[in-house]
Structure formats: structure tokens, C-alpha cells
Design a protein around this ligand. Sequence first.
Ligand code: ATP
Length: 356
Amino acid sequence: MQIRVEHLTKRYGDSLALQDVNLTVEDGELFFLLGPSGCGKTTLLRTIAGFETPSQGEIYLGGLPQKEIPPARRNAAMVFQGYALWPHLTVRENVSFGLEMKGISRKEREERVNRTLRELQILELAERKPNQLSGGQQQRVALARTLVIQPGVLLLDEPLANLDAKLRRDMRQEIRRICKENHLTGIYVTHDRAEALSMADRLAVLRKGTLEQVGTPREVYRRPRTPFVAEFIGETNLREATLREFRKDGALLDTPLGPLFSQCLPPDATVGMKLTLSLRPEAFRLLPPQDPPQENSFAVTLKRAEYLGEICQYEVLDATGSTLRFDQLNPGDDGLAPGQPLRLVLSPQDVVSMKP
Ligand code: ATP
């Protein structure tokens, strides 16, 4: 079921939680909302669910305006961070509760509850109470309770926040599988960028109540449109630059690291324009010392190395004395010594330039 948000503004007194948000989440799509604390993620979810009233704008579910429709009658269900399971009811009773409220017959209730418990692999826990379950199992019950209602739209507010790191990783693909198999349209709020990048069809980065960028995980990570998005979605080095001249398939930029050729430019870039570069730590390659300097290479001095097995994280000083971070995957037998001069090189596609 398509979700459409049009010109949505939400005010709490003088403070603006959402400012003219426009967003369409397509039928069957799993969409993620990312952003720093207080940027409006939960408010957007709660407004779609009907728990908050828009100050301006309209929400459409399946093309129908929701203004007059109370939360209980919206074709949307929300899964909360704290699960909110009934402590005195068994797993089965917790999952069945919503169907009883909807007046579904006993026979159909039993069938649907059993099917959902089986799908979430918690059928064998059906007669337990929530306090006899692990965090991950409680999370599954919370999800089962929502899925059993077969909502058109699933709204997830940090559903994995209370789980340990391993369980979070295991649950990621499982939630995605369940959403896809049931053809659910979902909006998922998280602070965890790995969760968003690995699970989302598309995602939005919110900042102070506005959508700063919407795109696929790859688009947003590889082609951030603003320095804020570049830093929020991953590690990066930001540098100022000026566009010197256009060349075939890109432009030459003057930067503190020396001239760099970029194939990722803002659409309206012009000669002389001030830009901000985002250079991801994993985008640099180390040039062997005997190799001649090549395009997009520059000299640095090693400041600090942190060996982590599969990766080595370096801090180096560039020609201006600023610190630059770069990562080397699969570092070899010999470490590099602090103070050592090095040459790094970047592919033109990894020289990402944006308006400041
Ligand atoms: P977090 O990641 O910390 O959960 P969030 O991105 O979900 O944050 P919201 O909870 O949507 O942010 O809050 C957005 C803004 O609206 C914040 O400045 C918050 O203080 C404010 N806000 C939220 N709910 C209310 C309320 N009921 N009354 C007044 N202000 C509120």
C-alpha cells in the first residue's frame, strides 16, 4: 500500500518538528528514516500512524487521505522500541489480542496466530509469558502481534534497539524477508546506519525536520548531496575545493591535497565554484613508493596506525598539516612506521564534490 506524505508540517508550540515534508513510499517498499536525535523521525512515523495530527499537510495511505481517520481505523500498524507486550498474557494471547479486538472469529484467529508464530519461529514459545523470553524472542512476538493483523503499512520505530549486536545483525535480514514475503510497505526508523544500508530499498536522511536526501543506500552513501549527509551516513574526510576547469567526463578541482580530478559534481557546477569534497577512508589506495606520481595522487606523512586484522586504519597528515583518515583492507605482513612519507591515490569517481 503506497504511503504519500504531502507538505507535512508538525509544530509543537514554537518548535518545528517537521517542515514541509514530501515523500512517497511505494507499494511493497521498505523505506528507512535516518537522522540525528530530535530530527523528527518518530514524529513522522507517529503522524502517519495517526497518533499525531499534522499542523499542515496531508497523509495518504493507498491514495486515501487520512485526515478524518483515527489510528485504530488506519491500515497501518506500529512496532515500538519497547515492544509493549502484555506481561500477564501468553505469547499466543498477546498475538491474538488484536484480532479479538477486530472481532475475527475464533477459528480464523487460531489459524492466523499459528501461521504467524510459525513464520517467526516462535510457535514452540506460544504458551510462555513475556518475562520467560529473551530480548530477541520478545522482539519477534512484538513483530508477530503486528503482522498477524496483516496491516497494509508497517511502521517500525527502532525495533532492534534493545538487542545485542549479534542478534541485531541476525534480525536484519529476517525482518526484510518477512516484509518482502508479505509484500508489506514499511517505514523503519533507526539510528544504526548499517541497519539502514543493509536493509533499505531506499532511505531518507532527515535533518531538523526536513528531508535532506532520499535515495537508494548506494546513491546516498556514494553520492551524498550535502556534507551533512556525507558525514551522517559514513566516515569521511571533508575538504574545501574550487572548480578550476571542466574536462571530458569531469572537472579538475584545486584542493588542499593538490589538484584532483572529480567525476562526481553538483549538477549546476560552474568554473570558480567553491565546493566541499567528501573523501571516504576506504576510497584511498596506497601507491608503492617506487611508482611515479600519477593523476589524483598526493603526498602525506603517516601519523598513526591502528591494526584491526582485516583492516588497518591510518591517520596521516596532508601537505597543509591536516589529518586525513584512510583505511587499508587486508593489510600485509609489514606495518608502516609513523613519520613515513606515503603517496595516496583516489579514483575520480571517489572524489565526491558537493555544494558547501
Ligand atoms: P530520537 O532519535 O531521539 O528518537 P527523533 O528524530 O525521533 O529523535 P522526534 O521524537 O520526532 O525526533 O522529535 C522531533 C522534535 O520534536 C524534537 O525537537 C522533540 O523535542 C520535539 N517533540 C517531539 N514530541 C514532542 C511533544 N509531544 N511535545 C513537544 N515537543 C515534542
